[in-house]
Design a binder for this molecule. Structure first.
Ligand code: PLP
Length: 492
């Protein structure tokens, strides 16, 4: 390992400079150009690590997307927290394997368990006193690789609730395992999860209103599918507008019809509400759900990847336990409760470091800062005649449209609005100076045309480097691109 210090010093300097750089991209190239430059045969000759590092610096790094840049406002995955970065690096070094405890990860296992308990606390699940923890089955959650895996584990739990023993016996009649999701705002991972766990496509999409379940429609769907609903999935912050559903009302309704249905809340984004007392009320009812997905790599500035599935009843995880000679059936072997995974990296150390350094008060401040910035953005959008938000921000995202100059709601031409916004987004991607996300969604609040498919731009206030000046800069950029679109249209 000689020279390890210089190589690692250089790697760290390179990484830090990358994160601190202002722009989103240092260089852009087409997929074909990058393919031709990078896909190559393994060289015969040996190189020292420093020269490999230099090669990476020159040929690979300049094309990497920097979500830590304050110009990047499309998502929240900044990976920016210094303590979390330190945790990620140390986890690489100490190479613990979370599959087993006593030999493989004597202390790391308990950090994993601690982090799960902290996350449970944020969403309002209660924890037993630490001295009463007897084994992993008392933890009440599992650390996973991402929201997709957490949702998949949740669907497995729902399946075992619906038909106990399916894990051993296989699926009988898949049509008895229906899952209700809100139409047009659900995350694809639930549908994928159903396919992966052998249930096929049993998704029932329920109409929405204001990016939440239409509760009458939900009641109707529950009655129409009586006896064959395995789970109802609700979003505490959907992946588009981050609207938080009326979780307490969903719980009341579902339980009044069928107490066996597995209620799953996807709080990939909603976890943020747990940071601050003023936001916690938005999660009202979530702690009565059977399971909750949280995605710290989206809302807590920690590097990829780390998510958790939290369960109301810790015992429920026993229904999907795996046993083998390799995963020792010992009290503290986490491998028993992580389906699909054998050896497991210590991803929770990043979050442990982040949360330890912030503390409760720090998390509260973090949430308040983000809420202030999204409020500012929303105000700016709503006072700008050419812009309109498609929803009031419930969390830290706001999706909005640029309105071309001849816009008039009485004679709306949605396709013109869409064309302008899609062009703006395409230019943003090509030029790479500022970044907002774009998706298609039904105009659920009747902002331009009721129910029409629209293509808004989506801003998110998570990056701690973001200031009001950045937000002004981004909005001015959108407006300038809009003008450019209009003059181009006039010419053609
Ligand atoms: C991002 C997201 C997921 C998937 O999470 P990954 O970490 O990307 O696997 C699931 N649900 C919602 C609501 C999300 O926003």
């Amino acid at each position: 390992m000689s020279g390890i210090d210089t190589v690692l010093d250089q790697a760290l300097l390179l990484g830090a400079a990358f994160k601190e750089s202002d722009g989103i991209f240092a260089m852009r190239a087409s997929s074909e150009e990058l393919r031709d430059m990078l896909v190559e045969e393994l060289p015969w000759q040996t190189s020292d690590a420093i020269s490999v590092l230099r090669d990476f610096e020159q040929r690979v790094l300049p094309y990497c997307k920097n979500e830590a840049s304050a110009h990047f406002m499309g998502f929240g995955d900044t990976g920016n927290d210094t303590a979390a970065l330190a945790g990620g690096i140390l986890a690489l070094f100490v190479q613990q394997n979370l599959i087993n405890q006593d030999f493989d990860s004597p202390s790391a296992t308990f950090i994993d368990i601690t982090v799960v308990r902290w996350l449970r606390d944020l969403v309002g699940f209660t924890n037993i006193p630490s001295a009463q923890l007897r084994n992993v089955w008392d933890t009440g959650g599992v650390v996973t690789s991402g929201g997709t895996m957490s949702n998949t584990v949740a669907m497995m739990l729902a399946r075992e609730r619906k038909q106990p023993g399916t894990i051993r016996n296989g699926v009988g009649n898949p049509r008895r395992f229906k899952v209700l999701v809100p139409e047009g705002i659900g995350h694809y991972s639930v549908r994928s999860a159903m396919a992966w766990i052998g249930l096929g496509d049993q998704i029932v999409s329920v109409p929405t209103d204001g990016f939440r379940y239409d509760l009458h429609a939900l009641e109707e769907a529950l009655r129409d599918n009586a006896g064959s609903v395995m789970s109802v999935v609700a979003y505490a912050g959907d992946s588009r507008t981050q609207t938080i559903d009326y979780l307490d009302r969903i719980e009341d309704l579902v339980r009044s019809i069928d107490t066996d249905i597995w209620l799953h809340a996807d709080a990939c984004w909603g976890l943020l509400c747990g940071f601050s007392e003023s936001l916690q009320k938005k999660l009202l009812g979530i702690s009565t759900f059977d399971s909750i997905t949280v995605d710290p790599h989206k809302v807590m500035d920690i590097p990829y990847t780390m998510s958790a599935l939290l369960v109301k009843d810790p015992e429920s995880l026993k229904t999907i336990a795996s046993f083998s000679d390799l995963i020792m059936q010992q009290d503290w072997s986490l491998g028993q409760m992580t389906p699909f995974v054998g050896s497991r990296e210590w991803s929770s150390l990043k979050l442990w470091m982040m949360m330890r350094s912030y503390g409760r008060s720090g998390l509260q401040k973090l949430a308040d800062q983000r809420i202030e910035l999204v409020g500012y953005t929303y105000q700016r959008i709503m006072t700008e005649p050419r812009l309109v938000a498609i929803h009031e921000p419930d969390l830290v995202a706001v999706a909005f449209l640029y309105l071309p100059h001849d816009y008039d709601k009485s004679s709306v031409r949605v396709q013109d609005i869409n064309r302008a916004n899609q062009w703006i987004h395409k230019q943003m991607l090509e030029r790479g100076e500022w970044h907002l996300h774009q998706f298609s969604i039904a105009d659920n609040n009747c902002v331009v045309s009721d129910g029409a498919e629209i293509y808004p731009l989506r801003f998110m206030a998570i990056n701690g480097r973001l200031t009001k000046e950045h937000i002004d800069g981004m909005l001015n950029y959108v407006l300038a691109l809009g003008k450019e679109f209009e003059s181009m249209e006039r010419k053609s």
